[in-house]
Design a protein around this ligand. Structure first.
Ligand code: 4NP
Length: 169
């Protein structure tokens, strides 16, 4: 099977992208694809480098069975654009920053996570809102949006992997 890699990116890499990392990793593990799909997270801002995820994000994720305890904040690097197949931004500002950083030989597909939303109620929602300065209910909402879109993102990657495997056969 052709291997793929996915990097989730937000601003601080302590709320949204580690949540997406943990949710997507869990889906990959449950699908038995841990050896085929590599998952990571990074931020475009450097305020929290090396820090564990925000305790509110970690607590909301734990309530749904996701473990974020091993994750630590890091910055997006220029190497990420050649290392990863998909770099998935949580909002339009992150995506703009990624496009500006991307070197000419970058191979990663740069996308917005919520372009993969499935539920009609999220049709008008294009960005995962930053929960950092908001109330406690922002954290389960972030999880709702990420869980919904991650299902379709994984389906899309699985389809690309099997198409690439077929092409190799
Ligand atoms: P995130 O949230 O981008 O989802 O990790 C934020 C965390 C911290 C800050 C901004 C956003 N901050 O400004 O420190």
């Amino acid at each position: 099977m052709v291997k793929k890699s996915v990097l989730f990116v937000c601003l601080g890499n302590i709320c949204r992208s580690p949540t997406a990392h943990a949710v997507f990793q869990s889906m990959v593990d449950k699908a038995g694809l841990s050896d085929e799909i590599y998952v990571d997270g990074a931020g475009t801002g450097d305020w929290h480098l090396g820090h564990a995820p925000d305790r509110r994000s970690a607590a909301a994720a734990a309530l749904r069975g996701y473990d974020m305890s091993a994750l630590r904040s890091r910055l997006v690097t220029v190497e990420d654009f050649s290392k990863f197949d998909y770099i998935i931004a949580m909002d339009a500002d992150n995506l703009r920053n990624l496009r500006n950083m991307c070197p000419p030989d970058g191979k990663a597909e740069l996308e917005l996570l919520l372009d993969y939303s499935r539920k009609p109620e999220y049709d008008a929602v294009s960005e995962v809102p930053d929960p950092y300065y908001g109330g406690e209910d922002g954290f389960p909402h972030v999880l709702d949006l990420i869980e919904d879109a991650s299902v379709a993102l994984l389906d899309n990657i699985k389809a690309e992997m099997s198409a690439a495997s077929d092409a190799q056969a």
